[in-house]
Design a protein around this ligand. Structure first.
Ligand SMILES: Cc1cc2nc3c(=O)[nH]c(=O)nc-3n(C[C@H](O)[C@H](O)[C@H](O)COP(=O)(O)OP(=O)(O)OC[C@H]3O[C@@H](n4cnc5c(N)ncnc54)[C@H](O)[C@@H]3O)c2cc1C
Length: 452
C-alpha cells in the first residue's frame, strides 16, 4: 500500500515535481511553502535566483514531461520560445566556437518565474495535492527517533506524513534538525568556484542576431573568468547576463555591466546589448559553488525522511543543471514508488535512486570547475592532468566534428554519456591528437554556421 500522506517542505521546482511524482501513489500530498505565491508569474523572496537567466536542459524537460504529460505544450502556451539549442545557441568557449549541430530536439526557453508558474499550476491542479502557506521550522519524530513523522510549522502546528520531504533548497536545515536529535550529518563535498551573475530582461531588434542564431553564450573559462550570455526567453523577451567565475562578479551598474560583457571571451554579447532596450534593473546574485550532501550513504538515519533538489546537491549554475537534476530526482522518486510503494524504507530507496544522476552531474561540475586555479575542492579529488587534457581534446574536436559536437551536447543536456563512448569518436579524438590539429573556428567575432 502506498503512503497515505506525503508532506513536502518547499514549493520551488523540486518540491512541486516531488508532489507530481508522489501524487499517483499517495492519498494526500501537501506542499508547505513559506512565500506567498504571486497570482501572475513574478520573482519571489524564497527563490532569490529567480531573476537570473535559467535554462531548462533536455533531460529536465523530458523528466517534467514524464511527470506532467503535455507540460511542454503548457510552456509554449505561456509564451516559451522553442529552440534546437545545439544549433540555435552559439557557444564560444575556451577552445573556440562549439560546433553548431542540428539535434532535432526542441527545448523551451523562458524566464524562471514563468516556468515555475506553469509547473505550479499543473501540480496544484492534481486533485490530491494542496499547498499550505507556512514556514517549516523543524521536524517531528517518533519517541524512539527512528522515524521522521512530519514538519513543525511556524504557527506551532505539526503536519504529519508517511513520507516527509525536504525540498527547501540551498537553505535546507535538515542537517541541523537531525543533528539536534543525535544523528550525524551526511558527508559534504564542495567545490568553491565563487560564481557571480547579473541579469537584465531586454527586447532586441529583429536583426540582432545572424540568421539561424537565437542566442549567444560566451562562456567563462580558466583563461578568462568573465563570461556573458544573451538568450531568448518567453513572450519575445531576451535575457542578457554577465557571468563570473572565481570572484569576477559582474556589477549591477550599467557601465560596469557593459564592461563585463565586453571582456567576455567573445564580445558579441556586448555588441548585442548595445542594441537592446533594457526592461528591468540589472539584478545580481552570487553563489559559492557546488555543494553535495551524500545523504544516500548515511547508514544511520531515520526512516521516512527524503531530500530532493538543491537541499541534496546544489550546482554551479553556469551549466544550467539544477532544475533538470531536480526533475530527474523526482522521476527517481516516482519510479521507486512504482516499484514498491510501501512506506517502510521508501525514503532510503528513493534517495539511493537519485544517486545515479547526481553522480554524473557532480562529476561534470568537478571536471570543469576543478580546472580553475584557486578553485577550492573539499572532500573531492581535483581532476588529474590527464583527465583535463582528455576534456580539452574533446572540446577542441567538438568545434569541428558534428558527431563529436552532438555527443558532447547530449552529455551536457541529457546527462547521457553513451554516444561519447562510441569507437568512431575514440578514433576521431586519436586522429586529431596524432595530427596535432589546430582549432579553426576560434574567431570570437564571427559565429560559424552549422556543421555536418
Ligand atoms: C544564479 C543562478 C542561476 C541558475 N540557473 C539555472 C539554470 O540555468 N538552469 C537550471 O536548471 N538551474 C539553474 N539554477 C539552479 C536552480 O535555481 C535550482 O537548482 C532549483 O531552483 C532548485 O530547486 P529547489 O526547489 O531545490 O530550490 P528552490 O528553487 O530554491 O526552492 C526552495 C523553495 O523552498 C521554500 N522554502 C525554503 N525554506 C522554507 C521553509 N523553512 N519553509 C517553507 N518553505 C521554504 C522557498 O521559498 C522556495 O520556494 C540557477 C541557480 C542560480 C543561483
Amino acid at each position: 500500500m502506498g503512503p497515505d500522506s506525503v508532506v513536502i517542505a518547499g514549493g520551488g521546482m523540486a518540491g512541486l515535481l516531488a508532489a507530481a511524482a508522489a501524487s499517483p501513489f499517495a492519498r494526500h500530498v501537501t506542499i508547505i511553502e513559506k512565500d506567498e505565491i504571486p497570482v501572475e508569474p513574478a520573482p519571489r523572496r524564497g527563490v532569490p535566483q529567480g531573476r537570473q537567466v535559467h535554462a531548462l536542459l533536455g533531460a529536465g524537460q523530458n523528466a517534467m514531461s514524464e511527470l506532467l504529460p503535455g507540460i511542454v505544450d503548457d510552456f509554449e502556451a505561456a509564451g516559451a520560445r522553442m529552440v534546437d539549442s545545439p544549433a540555435d545557441l552559439a557557444v564560444y568557449g575556451r577552445f573556440g566556437w562549439a560546433g553548431r549541430v542540428r539535434s532535432g530536439t526542441r527545448t523551451v526557453m523562458m524566464r524562471r518565474p514563468v516556468l515555475e508558474h506553469v509547473v505550479r499550476d499543473r501540480v496544484l491542479d492534481l486533485p490530491n495535492v494542496t499547498l499550505r502557506s507556512s514556514a517549516v521550522t523543524g521536524i517531528s519524530v517518533t519517541d524512539d527517533r527512528s522515524r521522521v513523522t512530519g514538519f513543525e510549522l511556524l504557527d506551532g502546528t505539526t503536519l504529519e506524513g508517511d513520507l516527509v520531504v525536504d525540498a527547501t533548497g540551498r537553505v535546507s536545515r535538515s542537517v541541523e534538525w537531525l543533528g539536534d536529535i543525535g544523528y550525524d550529518a551526511p558527508q559534504e563535498k564542495e567545490m568553491r568556484s565563487h560564481i557571480g551573475y547579473a541579469t537584465v530582461e531586454v527586447r532586441l531588434p529583429d536583426d540582432a542576431f545572424d540568421d539561424g542564431v537565437a542566442g549567444v553564450l560566451a562562456h567563462p573559462h580558466p583563461g578568462n573568468c568573465r563570461g556573458a550570455a544573451v538568450v531568448p526567453a518567453d513572450n519575445g523577451i531576451y535575457l542578457i547576463a554577465g557571468l563570473g567565475m572565481m570572484n569576477q562578479d559582474p556589477p549591477r551598474d550599467l557601465d560596469g555591466f557593459m564592461a563585463h560583457l565586453d571582456a567576455a571571451p567573445s564580445p558579441i554579447v556586448g555588441e548585442i546589448a548595445r542594441k537592446a532596450e533594457f526592461l528591468t534593473d540589472i539584478a545580481t546574485y552570487r553563489v559559492r559553488g557546488s555543494r553535495r550532501r551524500v545523504w544516500e550513504d548515511l547508514t544511520h538515519r531515520p526512516d521516512g525522511h527524503l531530500l530532493i533538489g538543491d537541499a541534496v546537491m546544489a550546482f554551479n549554475p553556469l551549466y544550467g543543471q539544477g532544475m533538470s537534476v531536480a526533475a530527474c530526482e523526482a522521476v527517481a522518486l516516482s519510479r521507486s514508488l512504482s516499484e514498491d510503494s510501501s512506506t517502510a524504507g521508501l525514503a532510503q530507496r528513493a534517495q539511493t535512486a537519485m544517486k545515479e544522476v547526481i553522480d554524473i552531474v557532480f562529476a561534470m561540475a568537478v571536471s570543469t570547475d576543478g580546472a580553475y586555479e584557486g578553485a577550492e575542492l573539499i572532500g573531492v579529488q581535483r581532476p588529474s592532468a590527464d583527465d583535463m587534457e582528455a576534456g580539452a581534446l574533446l572540446s577542441r574536436v567538438a568545434t569541428d566534428d558534428s558527431e563529436v559536437a552532438l555527443a558532447v551536447k547530449r552529455y551536457a543536456h541529457y546527462f547521457d554519456r553513451v554516444a561519447l563512448q562510441s569507437p568512431s569518436i575514440a578514433d576521431k579524438l586519436a586522429a586529431w591528437k596524432a595530427g596535432n590539429r589546430d582549432v579553426l573556428r576560434d574567431n570570437p567575432l564571427v559565429i560559424p554556421g552549422i556543421i555536418g
